[in-house]
Design a protein around this ligand. Sequence first.
Ligand code: FES
Length: 153
Amino acid sequence: MEADIGALKPGEMMTVEWRGKPVWILRRTDEMLASLKKTDGEVADPKSDVPFTMQTPDYCKNETRSRAEHKDLLVVVGICSHLGCSPSGPFAAGSNPQLGTDPGFLCPCHGSTFDLAGRVFKNKPAPQNLDVPPYQFLTDTKIVIGKDEKGEA
Ligand code: FES
């Protein structure tokens, strides 16, 4: 599944469908990326060691959960690891009481919250971070989801 991200501005998110699942593509601003330094200490699994339905690709096992050469881009499956609802967001810092002073996503079903890297905050019903599917850049403005250097997922 190819996605054209050329028109995606910093702070904007688009949703595409991959294997019947919604995949969010969020181009994070510098401020959004900076928020991850703080939330690193507030999330349950900062290094994404515990998989939900798929292993986090090695190149995304980092604080931003993104490829090193395109840190701004977050690619995650928008399905909550608790009972499968679709979280809403992204919410800006301070705009949602359940997220407090952090920006992030909120699952409306039972209140799990996720940071802007899709990592679940501590003590929430959702046990794992949102899935990061394999993906790679075809050009600076085009990515393919479900496929990377290791082949097709
Ligand atoms: S399904 Fe998301 S918190 Fe329960």
